[in-house]
Design a protein around this ligand. Structure first.
Ligand SMILES: O=C(O)[C@H](O)[C@H](O)[C@@H](O)CO
Ligand SMILES: [Mg+2]
Length: 390
């Protein structure tokens, strides 16, 4: 079998979006004087879809949501010529070919995300060619069902956050991730607001549910040092991305300092990036995203590394490419889950592009043994609300 063609198209959402609310999620821009709404930099309203076809007509689907137009250009210009004409079963060779050919400028960030999208499509082909779901090629079924956590609860007025938490508690979720709205720039009032929002959510879900706290790189080491002792009484499962991804020593200090597990990884790339995080004991929960980190080829290796370090892997984002990695290893106890919502930040856009994504039931997800490959097809229902860039 040989790869015959690689097609990368950008799906740009033109439909309704929920306007960004002020302080709905602390983020890396908050520390700068940024008069415009700071989350505008972190809105994922377009997505690159990769379709790889083999000479015997199998089509594999991949996807990438970071800098989609740039990712498409990298795929068209650099990555497609490196894989066309080759056997997709030589996936390690093809991964190394893409990684090494772009190494001078691409080891992390959008190039690694583009490599991930091509790699996902290759694995989709592998599964389809042997009529097996991808997780069966990685280690098989390690769980009857995948526990997942409800991930949204962007900061808004406390009553609305409590109603949202109640709604999904009633749907059987036992774990919830909420977002802080404030960071160092918002002074003591922001500290108080942050604590009040955690208290409000805990009031609804109680202490028999897990609560994860998301900073999305919006704090810094000094602020996190001040906040951690104040958060201990809320028994968070983890505190996520308190500092920017490059501040690995900052992560390591916070991990040493507090009993609250520090999580991160959605902005880290490649096996080597995670070796560094683990060697420095920077995180207690690893959260790579398979469509960023280097695809399934890289994520599978990182799973093994995390198993050796006894650090759990709970991939960023509830999307099919991550579920196959979680299903196939005991190192990954659960998955993140973004329910279907009106398009807001864009985490939910996946639902508008693909069919096949499992819907959570009672806080669990299921992957089927009889659906080959990744298990996704391209949705047609919302096609008229996208501008497609060929
Ligand atoms: O962990 C997450 O889900 C990410 O950080 C979100 O995608 C981002 O939108 C911030 O909430
Ligand atoms: Mg996060």
């Amino acid at each position: 079998m040989k790869i015959k063609s690689v097609r990368a198209r950008v799906y740009e959402w033109q439909g309704k979006t929920v306007p960004p609310q002020g302080n709905f999620c602390s983020n890396a821009m908050d520390l700068l004087y940024a008069p415009q709404e700071t989350m505008s930099t972190f809105r994922f309203h377009s997505w690159t879809v990769v379709e790889i076809e083999t000479d015997d007509g199998i089509v594999g689907l991949g996807n990438v949501a970071l800098a989609p137009r740039i990712a498409k250009a990298i795929i068209d210009e650099y990555l497609a010529p490196l894989v066309i004409g080759h056997d997709p079963w030589d996936y390690e060779y093809l991964w190394q070919r893409m990684y090494r050919a772009t190494h001078a400028w691409g080891r992390k960030g959008v190039t690694m995300a583009a490599i991930s999208a091509v790699d996902l499509a290759i694995w989709d082909i592998l599964g389809k060619s042997v009529n097996k779901p991808v997780f069966k090629l990685l280690g098989g079924r390690t769980k009857e069902r995948i526990p997942c956590y409800y991930s949204k609860l962007y900061r808004t007025d406390l009553k609305a956050m409590q109603q949202e938490a109640q709604k999904f508690l009633d749907q059987g979720f036992k774990a919830f991730k909420m977002r802080f709205g404030y960071g160092p720039a918002h002074l003591q009032e922001g500290v108080r607001e942050n604590l009040r929002s955690v208290e409000a959510v805990r009031e609804v879900i109680g202490y028999d549910c897990d609560l994860m706290l998301e900073c999305y790189m919006g704090w810094n080491l000094e602020y996190a040092r001040r906040m951690l002792p104040k958060l201990e009484k809320f028994e968070p499962r983890w505190l996520e991305e308190p500092v920017i991804a490059d501040d690995i020593d900052g992560y390591a200090e916070l991990s040493r300092l507090s009993s609250i597990p520090i999580s991160g990884g959605e902005h880290e790339f490649s096996l080597y990036g995670f070796k560094q995080l683990l060697d420095k004991k920077a995180v207690s929960v690893v959260q790579y995203d398979t469509n960023r980190v280097g695809g399934i080829t890289a994520a599978h290796k990182i799973n093994a590394l995390c198993e050796a370090f006894s650090v759990p892997v709970i991939p960023h984002a509830g999307q099919m490419h991550n579920y196959h990695l979680t299903m196939s290893t005991l190192a990954s106890p659960m998955a993140e889950y973004f329910p279907i919502f009106d398009v807001e930040v864009g985490n939910e856009l996946f639902w508008y592009i693909f069919d096949g994504e499992p819907v959570a039931e009672n806080g669990f997800l299921q992957l089927r043994d009889d659906v080959p490959g990744l298990g996704l097809t391209l949705k047609t229902e919302y096609l008229d609300q996208f501008r497609i860039v060929e």
